[in-house]
Design a protein around this ligand. Structure first.
Ligand code: SF4
Length: 234
């Protein structure tokens, strides 16, 4: 039986979804690979187009794309990037006329959360923030054994409480939630329970200064173990 095809854009070398053609030409979709989602899920693609016809969705998507455009500049030397993500976030929030921002942060990034709050307030936003340990619920509540606590079996350790973070930002009716440094899994729960629009300023990576792609860039050398190779790079 032939293997079932799944969308695998990450392995595509054709990229006919972003062809280098003139604005009035037609993308050569027939040349897409067999695993292309444009071939495997064409009804979905048809269906989502009607979502963009909803005025509020269309406007949000339009502003997001204008923001994307404004992150570049054309110079005599070519196209260049212009601003860091934090400015992208500030500009986009102003474009959307957001007034009240909600920061969901990890206590391990408390300093960053304070600085971010100062910046966002200086930029004219009202900022609500909720740290991951909110509720002061002991980890035993979700079934952790004493030896599974980071601080040690004898110490109190509050569990991360992403559901509470999400529900508090929902109750505060923030215009935009911002994730700052939540752990893997805790961020999953936060996103699941959030009912406000979200963006991510940074994700947690304890060993790379919160830059998870650093390990990916080093996956052919110092992090070869990620691909099953044990030998260290030189
Ligand atoms: S959408 Fe199709 S053409 Fe575009 S990257 Fe994915 S597989 Fe390739």
């Amino acid at each position: 039986m032939p293997k079932e095809q799944h969308p695998t854009c990450a392995k595509c070398g054709k990229r006919v979804c972003e062809p280098r053609i003139g604005a009035k030409e037609t993308p050569p979709l027939a040349e897409a690979p067999p695993f292309c989602p444009m071939k495997l899920h064409s009804p979905v693609l048809e269906q989502v187009l009607s979502e963009y016809e909803k005025p509020e969705v269309r406007e949000f998507a339009r502003l997001a794309s204008i923001q994307e455009f404004e992150c570049y500049e054309r110079t005599p030397a070519g196209l260049r990037t212009k601003i860091p993500r934090i400015e992208e976030l500030i500009q986009f929030a102003h474009k959307c006329d957001f007034k009240k921002l909600g920061l969901a942060f990890c206590l391990g990034l408390a300093r960053e959360a304070r600085t971010l709050t100062e910046i966002l307030e200086y930029q004219g936003f009202e900022v609500v923030s909720v740290c991951c340990k909110v509720g002061a619920v002991p980890k035993e509540k979700i079934g952790l054994r004493p030896e599974e606590k980071i601080a040690g079996p004898e110490r109190w350790e509050s569990m991360c409480n992403p559901i509470a973070q999400a529900e508090i930002l929902n109750a505060e009716q923030v215009d935009l939630g911002i994730l700052l440094g939540l752990c893997v899994g805790h961020d999953t729960l936060f996103i699941k329970y959030s009912r406000v629009p979200l963006t991510v300023l940074a994700v947690k990576d304890r060993v790379t200064g919160h830059n998870p792609l650093a390990a990916l860039y080093l996956s052919s050398s110092y992090y070869r173990r990620l691909l099953g190779q044990t030998e260290l790079g030189g």
